[in-house]
Design a protein around this ligand. Structure first.
Ligand code: MRU
Length: 347
């Protein structure tokens, strides 16, 4: 599997997800500002991958601060963190990763600036490696809800490309496949950015997992025809009550799943769970450039000058969710209690 993100010497290298599957090219970031730009422009996307990129970007940023004075270092590092936090608003993992990096400073009050730079790099390396392990654990728990011979529908890309490897929703699919379940995947194309058709379909093809591409509007019909046994999606943020924000279109899928009695699961690491946000109504929803709606792969698909609206995420209320699959097991209703217990219990 092609790594989503890695170090190359002292630079951060990411596969350019805007170009996939037509071109395998890489973006090299030498400064934290370049990492912010890469996240904003969706060179790298997907909540866990955004978190890992932010941590690596902050390690880069720390390295570039030219002072030996710890207080000055802390002030400048704080500014780099603030810029990183402005990259995208919805994915909890971005803020979680920044907080994890800031914690390094707090945990080592006596460390010199040089030592802090090494510790920040080590923390970023740890978060990169840990994310893959977490996804494997999500897959391990999640595959238990996948029936043999099921058709599993997914939305957007919550795969290896959206993480440091293996994926969350696609981690569940991969784990089910690896234990020998004869499954196939229906991938929603995911308008407007086409993460489903460009990334999920490509990723599953690479692993020889059977995948069939559909447009978003076909999902309801296929559910009503009994062609879907399970839905698994990722999340950008899970509120304390189990409401989730995920790629626009997820909410409609969840409502249709309830109407058609198809179990609807969310797979997400606990770093996506934000207990400081009480309900989905408090989750900030990113609005992106309307050009993503009026244009597809650089081509205009609407009359010039037409108004377009581009909310990038929606909120699915917890009542539509059969379970939230995390690295510590599957949280079930009442989510408030289950998620709090998982977040606070040590591994
Ligand atoms: O706008 P994107 O591509 O960053 O949105 C990604 C999603 O909505 C994913 O489902 C979510 O981040 C989970 S990725 C494991």
């Amino acid at each position: 599997m092609i790594p989503t993100i890695d170090w190359q010497d002292d630079h951060v290298v990411m596969i350019d997800q805007r170009k996939l599957p037509f071109k395998e090219s890489y973006v090299v970031c030498k400064t934290p500002a370049q990492v912010v730009e890469a996240i904003r422009k969706m060179v790298i996307r997907g909540a866990p991958a955004i978190g890992v990129a932010a941590a690596m970007g902050l390690a880069l940023g720390g390295r570039r601060i030219k002072t030996k004075n710890r207080a000055t270092f802390e002030r400048q590092f704080q500014r780099v963190c603030e810029k990183m936090a402005s990259a995208r608003p919805t994915a909890s993992n971005l803020f979680w990763a920044i907080e994890s990096m800031v914690e390094v400073l707090r945990e080592h009050p006596q460390a010199s600036v040089e030592e802090l730079k090494d510790l920040l790099r080590r923390k970023a390396d740890h978060l990169l490696a840990e994310d893959q392990a977490i996804n494997k654990a999500i897959g391990h728990h999640g595959q238990t809800v996948v029936p043999d011979r099921a058709t599993v529908l997914t939305h957007c890309n919550a795969g290896a490309l959206a993480t440091a490897g293996y994926g969350t929703a696609l981690g569940v699919v991969r784990a089910a496949w690896e234990v020998g379940k004869n499954i196939r995947v229906l991938a929603d194309e995911t308008r407007p950015f086409l993460q489903g058709s460009r990334l999920t379909a490509w990723e599953l093809q690479q692993d020889n997992i059977p995948v069939t591409l559909i447009t978003d509007s076909m999902a309801g019909y296929l559910m009503s025809e009994g062609k879907v046994q399970l839905i698994v999606v990722g999340a950008d943020r899970v509120a304390a009550n189990g409401d989730i924000a995920n790629k626009i279109g997820t909410y409609s899928l969840a409502v249709l799943a309830k109407e058609n009695k198809v179990p609807f699961y969310v797979a997400a690491p606990l770093s996506t769970v934000d207990l400081s946000v009480a309900t989905g109504k408090d989750i900030p929803i990113e609005e992106r450039d309307p050009r993503e709606v009026t244009h597809s792969l650089g081509h205009a698909i609407a009359p010039p000058g037409v108004n377009a609206w581009n909310p990038a995420f929606d909120v699915t209320p917890n009542r539509f969710i059969a379970g939230i699959i995390t690295e510590k097991g599957i949280a079930r209703k009442p989510y408030k209690k289950a998620l709090k217990a998982m977040k606070t219990q040590s591994v």
